[in-house]
Design a protein around this ligand. Structure first.
Ligand SMILES: [Zn+2]
Ligand SMILES: [Zn+2]
Length: 263
């Protein structure tokens, strides 16, 4: 059984899972949750099972924050085959996909699934978005981090449009990282068509500037100010949330060592 555990020392979460990374659209999709026609075919969403479910242990006490680790994950697939054509999509087609994701998030917001949203688009993969909504990790701050960050002279501006600022962050988490932040405090599901069109144009431009693999992700946490990030390489939603992964259950590992090594 997969579960999230909180490390009481670093206060970072680990996902204990036996699953190895692979194409979720080919291997892990569960029941279809919706389908909608688009200009390049049917866009279909499928539930992802297992990773996101209640933890067996409610961790509480001096060194533990309470950890009811549930949430929701689905893949939104815009290509039946294992190939990604996103780089060939027009700005209008990218905007159409963003609008589908926005509507989907609107629908999911009716349920209390968690405030941490990550939607990744992995490079040259199947042509799908991996959408994850989790109540963890909780980042509690007085103000909005994104609003503060927009005023931070440490961020290295690349360019800006009417609605968005594109910059390299002061302390990037990877060799290649760019942030696209709305200039006003707004959630992804509140974007109007004008904003989505502007964002789609930026995605089209930024997707073309690097030949190597680049993942982009829509991110939003507790204070509700979304942003888009581009990362070099293939990056999963868990990497972006800084949730570590262990594929061997620690309980079983300890038992196996006890039982087989004569300790
Ligand atoms: Zn695939
Ligand atoms: Zn804000």
């Amino acid at each position: 059984m997969n579960e999230f555990r909180l490390d009481p020392e670093s206060l970072s979460f680990t996902l204990i899972t036996s699953k190895v990374d692979g194409c979720k659209a080919c291997k892990e999709k569960g029941k279809e949750v919706f389908s909608i026609p688009s200009s390049h075919g049917l866009v279909r969403a499928f539930e992802i099972k297992d990773d996101v479910q209640p933890s067996k242990y409610e961790l509480s006490g001096e060194f533990f924050k309470s950890s009811p680790a549930d949430g929701y994950e689905e893949v939104v697939v815009d290509n039946e085959k294992h190939e990604d054509k996103l780089k060939t999509y027009t700005v209008e087609e990218i905007e159409e996909l963003l609008a589908i994701l926005k509507d989907r998030l609107d629908a999911l917001n009716k349920y209390n699934l968690g405030q941490n949203l990550v939607i990744t688009r992995a490079p040259e993969e199947h042509g799908y978005f991996d959408l994850l909504l989790l109540p963890i990790p909780r980042k509690e701050a007085k103000g909005c981090f994104e609003c503060e960050s927009l005023k931070n002279p440490g961020n290295r501006e690349i360019y800006s449009t009417e609605n968005f600022l594109v910059y390299v962050p002061f302390a990037p988490k990877a060799d290649f990282e760019m942030v696209v932040a709305p200039k006003k405090h707004i959630g992804f599901s509140q974007c109007d068509p004008m904003l989505l069109f502007d964002l789609a144009g930026i995605i089209k431009k930024l997707s073309a500037i690097r030949e190597k693999e680049t993942t982009w992700a829509i991110l939003q946490s507790g204070h509700g100010h979304f942003k888009l990030k581009f990362f070099g390489g293939k990056t999963t939603p868990y990497d972006i949330l800084e949730v570590k992964k262990a594929t061997i259950n620690p309980d079983l590992l300890a038992k196996e060592i006890r039982d087989t090594k004569g300790l």
